[in-house]
Design a protein around this ligand. Structure first.
Ligand SMILES: O=c1ccn([C@@H]2O[C@H](COP(=O)(O)O)[C@@H](O)[C@H]2O)c(=O)[nH]1
Length: 271
C-alpha cells in the first residue's frame, strides 16, 4: 500500500533552564503557571517520530515526567544532545537506569566535547548507554543531521542541529545568542526554524545574557526568512496569555504541540 507518511515533532518542554514557574518566583507569569498553567513550561526537549524510528533531542531534568505525559515511558533508545548544561542532560542518569532495568542499551549522540563533559558529570552511565560522537554529522531515523557550534553568550557554547529528509530542512537551536555569519550558514532555506527565545525583551546587560530575546530573534528571522519559525526555551519573561508581536510565520511552542516535518509519500510494506 502506498501511503502519505509524515514525520512528526512533539514539544516535550518549551522552558528555559529553570522552567516556569521558577521555584523562587512570585511574578504574575509564575503565579499563573502555578495556578492555571498556560505558562507552565518544562525544560526544552523535542520528540521526533517517524516510520524509521523515534528519537529525542535533549534530555533535561523533566525527562521522566515528559515520558509519562507522552505515554512513551521508557521505550526511547536514541537521544541527541545539544550541549552539556544540566537543563539538557540531567535526565540522562535516570534514562540510563531505565535502560539498565529493561536490559537494553541506549545511544547518546553529541559532539565529542559534549560527550566528554557528560562522561565527567556522570561517569557511571556509559555502563548502560553508548556514547556516539556526531561531530562529522550522522543519519538518524532517515534524517541527515548536521551539528555546528553556536555562541551561548555568558553560558559558553551550545550546538545547533540542521536536519534534512525528503527536501524538508529544519534547524533546532534552543540555546544561542549573537550568531556570527559563519554560524548562520546552515540556517539558509529552512522550512522550519526552532529557536530559543528566553524573554520578549531581556533587560539584563548583554554580557550576562545567553539566549536570544524575541526582539533580536525577529531580526534573525527577517534575515533568514524560514518558512515557519517556532520559539521555545521561554522563561517567565514570556506571558503566553498576551498577544506577542511576532514576525510573519513565527509562533510560540506549547507543551504537547505537534508539527508535521514535511509531507511525502513512501512505499509501505503490504500488510
Ligand atoms: O557549565 C555549565 C554552565 C551553566 N550551566 C547551567 O545551564 C543553565 C543555562 O541557562 P540558559 O537559560 O540556557 O542560559 C543555567 O541554569 C546554568 O546554571 C550548566 O549546567 N553547566
Amino acid at each position: 500500500m502506498n501511503g502519505r507518511v509524515v514525520d512528526r515533532l512533539t514539544f516535550l518542554g518549551t522552558g528555559d533552564a529553570m522552567g516556569v514557574p521558577r521555584v523562587y518566583c512570585d511574578c504574575e507569569v509564575c503565579e499563573e503557571a502555578r495556578n492555571s498553567g498556560t505558562n507552565r513550561r518544562l525544560r526544552s526537549s523535542v520528540l521526533i517520530e517517524s516510520t524509521e524510528g523515534d528519537f529525542l533531542i535533549d534530555c533535561g531534568p523533566d525527562w521522566r515526567l515528559q515520558m509519562e505525559m507522552t505515554n512513551r515511558r521508557a521505550d526511547i533508545t536514541d537521544i541527541v544532545i545539544t550541549h552539556a548544561h544540566f537543563d539538557h542532560i540531567a535526565g540522562l542518569p535516570e534514562w540510563a537506569d531505565a535502560c539498565r532495568w529493561q536490559g537494553v542499551r541506549g545511544r547518546v549522540y553529541a559532539p565529542q566535547e559534549v560527550l566528554d563533559i557528560i562522561q565527567r558529570q556522570y561517569p557511571w552511565i556509559a555502563t548502560h548507554l553508548d556514547m556516539i560522537a556526531n561531530d562529522e554529522g550522522m543519519t538518524i531515523s532517515g534524517w541527515k543531521l548536521t551539528p555546528w557550534k553556536v555562541h551561548h553568550g555568558f553560558n559558553g557554547y551550545s550546538y545547533a542541529y540542521r536536519l534534512e529528509k525528503h527536501d524538508f530542512g529544519w534547524v533546532y537551536c534552543p540555546d544561542a545568542i549573537g550568531l556570527t555569519a559563519e554560524q548562520k550558514v546552515l540556517m539558509d532555506r529552512l522550512d522550519l526554524l526552532i529557536l530559543g527565545t528566553s524573554f520578549v525583551h531581556e533587560e539584563a546587560e548583554y554580557s550576562g545574557r545567553s539566549v536570544y530575546d524575541m526582539r533580536e530573534a525577529a531580526e534573525l528571522v527577517d534575515e533568514l526568512a524560514p518558512i515557519q519559525t517556532i520559539y521555545t526555551h521561554m522563561s517567565h519573561g514570556v506571558d503566553l496569555r498576551q498577544e506577542l508581536d511576532l514576525p510573519v510565520g513565527a509562533s510560540t511552542a506549547r507543551t504537547g504541540m505537534t508539527i508535521d516535518l514535511g509531507n511525502y509519500t513512501v512505499l509501505l510494506p503490504e500488510e
